[in-house]
Design a protein around this ligand. Structure first.
Ligand SMILES: Nc1ncnc2c1ncn2[C@@H]1O[C@H](COP(=O)(O)OP(=O)(O)OP(=O)(O)O)[C@@H](O)[C@H]1O
Ligand SMILES: [Mg+2]
Length: 447
C-alpha cells in the first residue's frame, strides 16, 4: 500500500468502500443521483493502480462527455499524483474509439488519416445525397433525415437492414438516401460520430488480433453512467471484457436520458445475466440534495416501469418545499422566473447562487429576454462549442483538405469562404463532373 492511499477509504461510506475495494470480476454499482457513483469510480481507479499495483496503462475508464472525462481525470489525479502515480486513460467512448481506429483501423479498410465528420458536416452530406437522389418531399429536411440515419446507426442497422425493414415507398426512399450517404462518406475518407463506435465493433469482431491486443492492454474497464450506453457501446465493452470480466459499471436506471439516441436500458437491467457471478452493490445515501427534493424525485420516479428498486435517503436538512408553478405560456413562465430571481436576490442570495435549467437550447431566448428586461446578469453554460464556431470550421476546412484531398464536405466549405464569386451553379456543375468521373471535387476542380 502506497503512502497516503490508506486514508483514501476514510472518505467513503461502507457500501462505497466495498465497491472501491472489491477484488477482480464483474461489479455493478446501482445508485441514485448524487450518491457518490462517480466518486466510487475515481476511488476505485486510485485503489487499483495505487493499492493493488495495477499499472495505470492497463486500466481504461470511460465516460460519456468530454466534460465528465476531464472532471474524472481531475479527481483521479488529485488522489494519485501525491503518491507519484500517473493517471490512467480516462476517455469518452468516442475518443477511445478514435484512438483504437487510428492505431488499427487500416485492418478494416479505414484510411490512415480518416477525418471525422461532425453534425454539421453530416448535415451537408445528407443535403447533397437528397439532391442527388432528387428527393424533394417537404418532410425530407436534412436535419430529420440525418437524425433518421443516426437512429439506424445507433441501433446497429446497416443500409441493407434499413431497406429490408422499410415500410412503404417513403421509408424505402430514406433507406436509399442512407445508402448514398454512406457511399459519399466512404468516398471522402471520412467517418461520422456513430461510425466511430460501429467501426470499433467491426474491428474487434473481424480482427481477433486487434481485440486480443486491447483485451491484454486494458485489464480493468470501468464505465460511469452505464445506463446511457447504446447497443454499440455495450458491444465494445462486452468485447473488451468478456474474457477477463474485470468490468465495473456504475449507473442509475432511473436517470436514463438518452433513449432517443439509442441508449438501451436493458444494458443495465441485464448486466447480471450477461456477467454471471456479478457482485451488486447499492448506494442509497444521497449527499447532494435535501430530503424534500429526494422525496419529490422518488414520487415521480415511482411511475417508471423498468427499474431496479432503490430508496434514497440523506443526512442533509429537510430543506424548503419544492414549488410547482404552471404558466400560461413561455413568456409568462420566463417572467415568473425573472421575478423569482429578483425575490431571491432581495433575500440576499448572490447572483451566482441561482441557476435556471431548461430542456432545449431553443428555450433560452425567451428566458434571456425576460432576464435582460429585469436587469438580471446571467451567463449561459454550454452554448456553441469552440470547434462548432463558423470561423474555426472555415479554417479547419483548409487544414482538412491538405490532409485529405478527397474530403468533399471540406472542399465545399473552403471554396465558399472567403467569397470568390463561385456560386451554387458552378459547384453543382463540378459535382456532376465529379460524380461522372468518380473522383473528388478537388481533383476535378484542379484539372
Ligand atoms: N462518502 C461521502 N462523503 C462525503 N461526500 C460525499 C461522499 N460520497 C459522495 N460525496 C459527495 O456527493 C456529491 C455527489 O457525488 P458524485 O458526483 O460522485 O455522485 P454521483 O452519484 O456520481 O452523482 P450523479 O448521479 O449526478 O452522477 C459530490 O459532491 C461528492 O463529493
Ligand atoms: Mg456521476
Amino acid at each position: 500500500m502506497l503512502l497516503g492511499l490508506d486514508r483514501l477509504l476514510d472518505d467513503l461510506n461502507p457500501p462505497q468502500r466495498e465497491a472501491v475495494t472489491v477484488g477482480e470480476g464483474p461489479l455493478l454499482v446501482l445508485a441514485g443521483a448524487g450518491s457518490g457513483k462517480t466518486r466510487v469510480i475515481a476511488y476505485r481507479i486510485a485503489w487499483l493502480t495505487g493499492g493493488q499495483s495495477l499499472s495505470p496503462r492497463n486500466l481504461l475508464a470511460v465516460t460519456f462527455t468530454n466534460k465528465a472525462a476531464k472532471e474524472m481525470a481531475r479527481r483521479v489525479e488529485a488522489l494519485l499524483l501525491p503518491a507519484g502515480i500517473r493517471a490512467p486513460m480516462i476517455a469518452t467512448f468516442h475518443s477511445m474509439c478514435v484512438r483504437v481506429l487510428r492505431q488499427h483501423g487500416r485492418h478494416i479498410g479505414l484510411p490512415a488519416h480518416f477525418v471525422i465528420y461532425d453534425e454539421d458536416d453530416r448535415g451537408s452530406l445528407v443535403k447533397e445525397s437528397l439532391k442527388e437522389l432528387e428527393v424533394t418531399e417537404r418532410a425530407a429536411t436534412p436535419g430529420s433525415v440525418a437524425q433518421r440515419i443516426s437512429y439506424w446507426k445507433n441501433h446497429m442497422l446497416g443500409v441493407e437492414d434499413a431497406k429490408r425493414q422499410a415500410r412503404g415507398p417513403w421509408e424505402e426512399k430514406l433507406a436509399l438516401v442512407f445508402g448514398r450517404y454512406e457511399e459519399r462518406l466512404r468516398a471522402s475518407g471520412a467517418v461520422d460520430f456513430d461510425d466511430l463506435l460501429l467501426k470499433t465493433v467491426k474491428l474487434f469482431e473481424e480482427i481477433p488480433e486487434a481485440l486480443a491486443y486491447y483485451r491484454g492492454l486494458w485489464r480493468h474497464v470501468l464505465v460511469d453512467e452505464y445506463q446511457d450506453t447504446n447497443r454499440a457501446q455495450y458491444r465494445i465493452i462486452r468485447q473488451l471484457t468478456a474474457e477477463h470480466q474485470n468490468i465495473c459499471v456504475v449507473g442509475d436506471a432511473d436517470q436514463s436520458i438518452y433513449k432517443w439516441r439509442g441508449a438501451d436500458i436493458r444494458n443495465i437491467l441485464d448486466f447480471e445475466h450477461d456477467y454471471p457471478g456479478t457482485k451488486v452493490i447499492k448506494l442509497e445515501q444521497n449527499y447532494r440534495s435535501t430530503q424534500r427534493i429526494l422525496s419529490l424525485a422518488a414520487a415521480v420516479i415511482d411511475h417508471n416501469r423498468q427499474r431496479k428498486e432503490k430508496t434514497l435517503w440523506t443526512e442533509n436538512a429537510e430543506g424548503d418545499k419544492p414549488k410547482l408553478y404552471r404558466a400560461w405560456d413561455e413568456h409568462e413562465e420566463a417572467n415568473f422566473v425573472a421575478q423569482s430571481i429578483l425575490g431571491l436576490r432581495g433575500e440576499g442570495v448572490p447572483w451566482d447562487g441561482i441557476a435556471v435549467f431548461y430542456r432545449t437550447n431553443a428555450q433560452s431566448r425567451v428566458l434571456e429576454d425576460a432576464l435582460r428586461r429585469a436587469r438580471v446578469p446571467y451567463g449561459i453554460v454550454g452554448g456553441v462549442r469552440f470547434y462548432e464556431r463558423r470561423e474555426i470550421k472555415d479554417a479547419l476546412a483548409y487544414a482538412r483538405l491538405v490532409v485529405n484531398p478527397t474530403d468533399d464536405v471540406a472542399f465545399r466549405r473552403a471554396i465558399q469562404t472567403p467569397a470568390r464569386g463561385i456560386g451554387a451553379a458552378t459547384v453543382e456543375r463540378l459535382r456532376e463532373a465529379a460524380t461522372r468521373a468518380g473522383r473528388s471535387l478537388l481533383a476535378v476542380a484542379a484539372d
